[in-house]
Write a protein that binds this ligand. Structure first.
Ligand code: ASP
Ligand code: MG
Length: 440
């Protein structure tokens, strides 16, 4: 059994849904198809929630009306038979009625999660109707019946396994299943989600739970590329990556894959394939335990980084100093991305300003604390990169004009990370594209 996940743009138009239906019926291997919301929908739902939270219900009402119109148009292009047209209209009416009711009741975070869930519920129900319209036998599996997270927002993999197994057991004779990405139930049993872009994570968790032969992630680009196509002229797709390499790239900014989606596949040894809906024959990127080759494979960049420098008296830098500092970040559940130390100072980077004020206050007793915002981490990723000759010399030769603030080398064998001012990001990616890959 395999998992095929399609992102928002892959289901964003009726003709795209038609294409997806062809892709999932090309072979007879049983499959679970995981869908995102239609492109633009989750953003629209976020805005609706913000309007209600901000007390502007009239604005929310207009936003809901616009989204409703979009879906009316969508179903006109999607289904052809009278019976399915009526069903599609009823589905859209049901979900927009729900949004309208929400306008009348008091807002809460839990309610907001219900709003956000409408996108995947709509896309899967409409796709299911499209399949019905086309006479393609399938079962719609409600993700809210098997996908769950615990009190720390971590997926409950064993429970997912059991519940999904039971659902599949009920439909033994079927071999095509459709389900929602992104949405789940939390420890209180409420509707929740796996965070923005979380459909990949759903797919990977499902693949792990059923021990799938492969987890295919279908998007609108032919695999992971060596650099950010928005920043440099020429990029090329990477044929193969190890799970470690893929995790570093996803974490450090490669937009194609949700960073958390690697570990379930890696842990349960399910290969992941990144494929292109618009170009189904293209090779894409295979992610497995094997890296395939050594040396630099790709560069990714992550913005919005904050550098914190703590300079201490020498006495304090004795043992225990780092622990005390780390404890502060741990207390606020704020992960540190990069770290460099010297005899008298330590610099760390974080990517979230949420608890910055409290963190700084607690760091103060340890020394002089300085904060610099608006940095970018540029991560150079490749198997055994630190043992590949000339990587470092090429790297620093290429980056002579760039004011590098921090360097992280040797923490992993697959990664060299640089901290640079955001203002130098495009320049850095372009210089590295030339210096490391010989591309414009
Ligand atoms: N629809 C959700 C989002 O846009 C989840 C996903 O697409 O992966 O964030
Ligand atoms: Mg999406």
């Amino acid at each position: 059994m395999k998992v095929m996940k399609f992102g928002g743009t892959s289901v964003g138009k009726p003709e795209r849904m038609r294409q997806v239906s062809q892709l999932i019926t090309r072979d007879t291997e049983p499959k679970i198809v995981v869908l995102s919301a239609l492109s633009g929908t989750t953003n629209a739902l976020v805005e609706i929630g913000q309007s209600i939270a901000g007390g502007d219900r009239e604005q929310a009402r207009q936003q809901i009306a616009r989204l409703d119109a979009h879906y009316q148009e969508f179903i006109r292009g999607l289904v052809k038979r009278d019976k399915t047209i009526a069903k599609a209209k009823a589905v859209v009416a049901e979900h927009f009625e729900f949004l309208t009711i929400i306008l009348k009741i008091s807002f809460s975070e839990a309610l907001n999660k219900d709003i956000l869930a409408q996108g995947e519920l709509l896309s899967t129900k409409l796709f299911s109707l499209f399949l019905e319209d086309s006479g393609i036998d399938h079962v719609l599996l409600p993700a809210l019946e098997f996908m769950s997270i615990d009190a720390h927002d971590e997926p409950r993999i064993n429970s997912i396994k059991t519940k999904l197994g039971q659902l599949l057991e009920q439909h033994k004779d079927k071999n095509l299943f459709i389900t929602q990405g992104y949405i789940c139930r939390n420890a209180r049993g409420e509707v929740d989600n796996l965070k923005r872009g979380g459909s990949d994570y759903s797919a990977s968790l499902i693949a792990a739970a059923i021990n799938a032969s492969v987890c295919e992630i279908w998007t609108d680009i032919d695999g992971m590329h060596n650099n950010d196509p928005r920043m440099v002229k020429k990029t090329r797709p990477i044929e193969q990556l190890s799970f470690e390499e893929a995790a570093e790239l996803a974490y450090f900014g490669a937009k194609i894959l949700h960073p958390a989606s690697i570990w379930p596949a890696q842990f349960y040894k399910v290969p992941v394939k990144l494929l292109n809906t618009m170009q189904p024959e293209a090779k894409g990127t295979l992610i497995t335990e094997e890296a395939g080759s050594d040396g630099v494979k790709a560069i990714a960049a992550k913005d919005g980084i904050i550098a914190i420098n703590i300079r201490s008296s020498r006495m304090l830098l004795a043992y225990g100093f780092l622990r005390k500092i780390f404890e502060v970040f741990e207390k606020y559940r704020t992960p540190i991305d990069m770290i460099t130390t010297s005899e008298v100072a330590v610099s760390v980077t974080i990517d979230s300003a949420t608890d910055l004020k409290s963190i700084l206050k607690e760091l103060e007793p340890f020394g002089t604390v300085e904060v610099e915002e608006n940095y970018t981490i540029v991560s150079i990723v490749g198997n055994e990169i630190t043992r590949t000759p000339e990587v470092l010399s090429k790297l620093f030769e290429a980056l002579v004009p760039v004011p590098i603030r921090m360097v992280s080398y040797g923490g992993s064998k697959h990664n060299v990370s640089l901290l640079i001012p955001f203002a130098n990001k495009t320049q850095t990616l372009q210089l590295l594209n030339k210096g490391l890959f010989g591309l414009e």
